[in-house]
Design a protein around this ligand. Structure first.
Ligand SMILES: *Cc1c(COP(=O)(O)O)cnc(C)c1O
Length: 386
């Protein structure tokens, strides 16, 4: 408790910053390792690409190491040009940023005054809500739709559009495919959401996992609705999470607005070089897709062998339904962590009945497979004694 007679610590921060919680949702595996005093034996919690970047990408990065003394091109010209050619969209519609996470923060800064609303799925990707709070915005959350045969719980696109309309939201956030559940909507459902969203609301369509999704999950890039911003990344299928590079595709007017606030030297030189090499390496991406698809199947088998149902996933991870609610799933998660297997779990009910396991190499899958039955048994013992 602060003593009212004590003067407030100086310097004072803005009222908004004074109000924000000091805890963040981002406790990294490195922090957990330091606290535990030992390393993880399987790193399956952050949806990284455990198979690593392609050989060609690694070679390009190694060859460029000596250039690290130079800033990257603040216009990211070569990479934006390559993306423009690949996507068939003009370069003026493409913006580079420090991963999708960085771009989400800028989008909030662009759109939100204190008290403004932002619509997002309840229990969805937490970084969006973190940035909304950081700019004083108010999150309007919409529950996921319940799982149905062949699909996990999915964010509700029309529910989000309606909520944005009802509350005058300035931002609407949807990840397609979704994190943490792995579900995906076909392009048609996303288009219906775009059509139902007021034109004064900027739609943030997070396509971090598009490369691992079925064909037909993304609406075409043209026509470009003026209020649609799509966010993509080199962190997931391309395996470059450590380089912090992603991009946005939007209307030229919206991309222009980011020029007023973005960190112009924020995307490093090696990040641009690595992303350019990864983009050019189509075989590398195809190989990554195959590895991820095989790993999703492996996780599904491991779950089935332990008597659990894995939810169908279009992403590079699988949510496993532990079958007995959030308390039980948290106990499973805790025992997996104690067994040195780094995984995570969705934060909000009813999604929190699951643990989320990232795709990764077979040796890590073996370690997860070995640890899961004991984690379940320990959670069951805990449930009985409670
Ligand atoms: C992993 C993830 C991101 C992070 O992307 P970066 O480009 O690494 O910042 C963004 N959105 C979703 C839905 C993710 O799962």
């Amino acid at each position: 408790m602060s003593d009212p007679n004590e003067p407030a610590p100086r310097p004072r921060f803005t009222p908004l910053i004074e109000r924000l919680p000091s805890t963040t949702p981002f406790v990294g595996p490195e922090t957990q390792e330091r606290v535990r005093g030992r390393p993880f034996i399987a790193r399956l919690g952050a949806n990284e690409h455990g198979f690593g970047p392609s050989a060609a990408t690694r070679a390009a990065l190694a060859a460029a190491a000596g250039q690290a003394w130079m800033y990257g091109d603040p216009e990211g010209f070569a990479l934006r040009q390559a993306l423009a050619e690949r996507l068939g969209a003009p370069r003026e519609r493409i913006l580079l940023g420090e991963g999708i996470d960085g771009l989400l923060g800028l989008a909030c800064r662009l759109m939100l005054r204190e008290g403004d609303r932002a619509a997002a799925p309840r229990g969805g990707y937490p970084t969006f809500g973190y940035h909304v709070a950081g700019f004083g915005g108010r999150l309007e959350t919409v529950p996921y739709l319940a799982a149905e045969p062949g699909a996990p719980d999915r964010a509700d696109p029309i529910g989000l559009a309606n909520r944005a309309a009802e509350t005058g939201a300035r931002l609407l956030y949807l990840a397609n495919p979704d994190n943490p559940m792995g579900g995906v909507w076909p392009a048609e459902a996303v288009r219906a959401m775009i059509a139902a969203t007021p034109d004064d609301c900027l739609i943030l369509l997070d396509e971090a996992y598009l490369e691992t999704a079925p064909e037909g999950s993304a609406p075409p890039l043209s026509p470009q609705p003026p209020n649609l911003l799509r966010l993509r990344t080199f962190s997931k299928a391309y395996g470059l999470a450590g380089l912090r590079i992603g991009y946005a595709i939007g209307a030229p007017r919206v991309i222009e607005a980011f020029q007023k606030i973005r960190n112009h030297f924020g995307v490093g030189r090696l990040s641009q070089i690595g992303a350019l090499a990864a983009l050019a390496d189509e075989d590398g991406l195809a190989q990554a897709r195959r590895s991820i698809a095989a790993s999703r199947e492996r996780i599904t088998r491991i779950a089935a062998e332990a008597g659990l149902a894995a939810l169908p996933s279009a992403a590079n991870f699988v949510a496993i339904d532990c079958g007995r609610g959030g308390v039980f799933a948290r106990a499973v998660l805790k025992t997996l962590i104690e067994a040195d297997v780094f995984v995570r779990a969705p934060g909000a009910p009813p999604l929190d009945r699951c643990v989320r396991v990232s795709c990764g190499p077979e040796v890590e899958m073996d370690r997860f497979a070995a640890a899961l039955p004991e984690a379940l048994a320990a959670a069951e013992r805990g449930a009985e004694s409670a």
